[in-house]
Design a protein around this ligand. Structure first.
Ligand code: ADP
Ligand code: MG
Length: 188
C-alpha cells in the first residue's frame, strides 16, 4: 500500500516577487508503507523543502501531497522528524529528552519508563540515561534525536541529512545502525 503520494508537487518561495525562487518543480513519487527512501541531489535542489512539506511545516505552491490518502495539512504525530543539527533540549537528560513526546501525549509514567528504556537499548546508549546532551558526542546526540522522534511512535520518520555533521567513520556506523532500526521498527 502507498503510504505517501506526491503528485506534481511544486514550490516557489516568494511567488510573484522579484526574489521568487522555484525550489521544487513537478515532483511525483509514491512511497510504500515501511519503505526506506533516500532523496539525493546537490545542495539547494529542494530536498529539505520537500521533506518539510511532508512534515507539514511548509505549504505547496501546487500539486498534492497525501499521507494515507489524506491531504497533508500540517504537522502531526504520525510523522517524526530528525534534523541535521542535534536538536535536543540541553537542560534535560537523555532519558527526559526521549520521554518528551510521551509526556506530551500523557502516557503514564510506568509505560513511558518501559518504552524509553527500550529505545535507549535500541540506540545503544544504555548507561547514558542520566547524561546531558553536551556530554555526548555528535553521533550519540543524533541517536538520542532519533529515539526521541520514535518515542511517540510515528508511522513515518523524516530525516534531513541526519548524519551530515558527523565524521565519516561515525556516519558509516550510524547508517548500519539505522538500517537495523528500520528493520526493527518497520517505519516508513
Ligand atoms: P536542499 O535541502 O536540497 O539543499 P533546500 O530545500 O533547502 O535545498 O532549498 C531549495 C531552494 O529553495 C534553494 O534555492 C533555497 O535557497 C530556497 N529556499 C529554501 N527555503 C527558502 C525560504 N524559506 N525562502 C526562500 N527561499 C528558500
Ligand atoms: Mg537541505
Amino acid at each position: 500500500m502507498n503510504k505517501l503520494e506526491a503528485k506534481n508537487v511544486e514550490k516557489t518561495f516568494n511567488q510573484g516577487s522579484v526574489g521568487a525562487v522555484q525550489a521544487i518543480k513537478d515532483i511525483s513519487l509514491d512511497i510504500k508503507e515501511g519503505e526506506f527512501v533516500s532523496l539525493l541531489g546537490p545542495s539547494g535542489c529542494g530536498k529539505s523543502t520537500f521533506l518539510y512539506m511532508v512534515g507539514g511545516f511548509e505549504t505547496l505552491s501546487s500539486g498534492s501531497l497525501m499521507l494515507d490518502k489524506k491531504e497533508i495539512k500540517g504537522p502531526g504525530p504520525d510523522r517524526g522528524i530528525v534534523f541535521q543539527e542535534y536538536v535536543l533540549f540541553p537542560w534535560q537528560t537523555v532519558f527526559k529528552n526521549i520521554e518528551y513526546g510521551l509526556r506530551i501525549k500523557g502516557t503514564n509514567s510506568e509505560l513511558s519508563y518501559t518504552k524509553v528504556n527500550k529505545l535507549i537499548d535500541m540506540i545503544g546508549l544504555s548507561g547514558f540515561e542520566n547524561k546531558y546532551p553536551h556530554t555526548l558526542s555528535g553521533g550519540m546526540q543524533q541517536r538520542v534525536a532519533i529515539a526521541r522522534a520514535l518515542a511517540y511512535d510515528p508511522d513515518v520518520l523524516l530525516m534531513d541529512e541526519p548524519f551530515g555533521a558527523l565524521d565519516a567513520q561515525t556516519r558509516s556506523l550510524m547508517i548500519t545502525d539505522l538500517s537495523r532500526m528500520h528493520k526493527e521498527t518497520g517505519k516508513t
